[in-house]
Write a protein that binds this ligand. Structure first.
Ligand code: HAM
Length: 413
């Protein structure tokens, strides 16, 4: 029996890589003053029907539960966040800076960088309408990628503004009912044949294509880039109005992060969604919000692709997987004494391993090397003394078992 298509098994090395990504995500989010939240993986399907848009609705893993409820595995975290904020916002001072790491499920065709279960880091600022919040989030997305060892030659944040397009649609007297569809067409224009885009845009195709080819700018976008320039991050961003984003709830600045080679889908995407909380709470709570999510699948591919990033990860994982001490049981009569010491050393916070069953001494030393132990402690004929060996230098010293802890402390701390 295999895992379902698009779902992953995590063997220990995969788990280590995943934890490496999580640790860096958490570390940088906390550097920016974000606090962690979480929510359920199963939600009422209604939560997504309201505002996420047709694309996501078509990809839902949804079913009727045993209580006849229409439910769906979350395809993203933003509607859950909006639901939680609407229920609890009075308990917190604004603005809120919240992050979450969680699995999301989308019934997509499995391909490179696209699975049916992926894990997202979500970072959102709630309750701040000004551009400072948008700038803070773009900066955070950049700093997260920098911490993995990427630089401005590796990735770019393509920043756009839905308001730019809304102003354009208003200037063309396009009725509001058609805006979403046109925005979706613009969003897909990079991935779809030109003829299809022209057909879908109809009379609007000439002016839209002219903007897409020439590029578009606005005062707001200039200010955003200025804000990033002031932080020394301007080289990481491009104003690019071809970005519109697939999700329906965005209202202002939108951005997506891509590898410069352009081989992979976006590693992160987000934007401002000032109406979602109000819409999901039927008007009860009105709070502006902006955020982004970064996926572990594309990020993992990017890390594999770039030697600096993959070497950084390998070195960290190698160091983290090492144990401190391997206790060699050379004489089975000493096993109980050895185990008493193993317990004490572990209580002292050291990573300690030993053979669960009798093994030849040579094999035990080999295991100590394989596990990356710094020190081997041998329980054998020398009892009540034990042999402490520093594996890298092969230096050995006999010490009384009662002094072992102090000796280990002096070697390892
Ligand atoms: P999204 O662009 O749909 O945005 O997803 C964010 C990131 O999740 C993508 O850039 C991609 O790396 C990853 N991702 C999405 N779908 C898949 C998939 N099927 N397989 C692998 N990775 C995937 C959102 O989800 C918004 N809720 C982000 C947001 C937060 N906006 C405001 N706050």
């Amino acid at each position: 029996m295999q895992a379902l298509p698009g779902f992953r098994d995590f063997l220990p090395t995969d788990c280590a890589a995943r934890n490496y990504i999580f640790a860096h995500w958490r570390e940088v989010a906390r550097r920016y003053g974000f606090v962690e939240w979480d929510g359920p993986v199963l939600e009422p399907t209604e939560l997504y029907r309201k505002k996420s848009g047709d694309e996501i609705i078509g990809q839902l893993f949804n079913f009727t539960d045993k209580g006849e409820r229409e439910v769906a595995l979350r395809p993203e975290l933003t509607p859950t966040l909006a639901r939680i904020i609407a229920a609890h916002e009075r308990e917190f001072k604004k603005p809120l800076k919240w992050f979450s790491i969680g699995s999301c499920f989308r019934y997509e065709k499995q391909q490179r960088g696209r699975l049916r279960e992926h894990i997202q880091l979500n970072c959102d600022v709630i309750g701040e309408p000004g551009l400072a919040a948008d700038i803070e989030l773009v900066a955070l997305s950049i700093d997260i990628l920098r911490v993995f060892g990427f630089n401005e030659k590796d990735f770019v944040v393509r920043i756009s503004d839905r308001e730019f397009w809304i102003d354009f649609l208003k200037s063309q007297n396009v009725p509001e009912a058609s805006w979403q569809e046109i925005l979706q067409t613009i969003d897909k224009s990079e991935r779809e044949p030109r003829e299809k885009t022209i057909e879908k845009l109809g009379a609007l195709s000439d002016p839209v294509l002219a903007i897409l080819e020439k590029g578009g700018r606005s005062e707001k976008l200039e200010k955003l880039v200025d804000g990033l320039r002031a932080r020394g991050l301007a080289d990481f961003v491009d104003v690019d109005v071809r970005i519109v984003r697939g999700l329906a709830y965005y209202t202002g600045i939108v951005f997506e992060v891509f590898d410069r080679v352009g081989k992979l889908r976006a590693v992160a995407g987000g934007g401002r969604y000032d109406n979602l909380i109000e819409q999901l709470s039927d008007g009860a709570t009105k709070l502006p919000a902006v955020g982004f999510a970064m996926g572990d699948v594309v990020l993992g591919e990017l890390i594999k692709d770039r030697p600096t990033a993959s070497q950084k990860m390998e070195t960290t994982l190698r160091d983290e997987s090492k144990i401190d001490i391997y206790v060699v049981v050379a004489k089975e009569e000493r096993r109980a004494d050895a185990l008493a010491q193993v317990q004490q050393l572990r209580d002292g916070g050291y990573r300690v391993d030993y053979p669960l069953v009798p093994e030849k001494v040579g094999k035990q030393f080999q295991l100590a090397e394989d596990l990356g132990a710094t020190i081997a402690v041998l329980y054998g004929d020398e009892w009540p003394q034990v042999k402490v060996k520093t594996l890298a230098t092969r230096e050995e010293k006999l010490v009384p078992n009662s002094d072992l802890f102090a000796r280990i402390d002096s070697l390892l701390r």
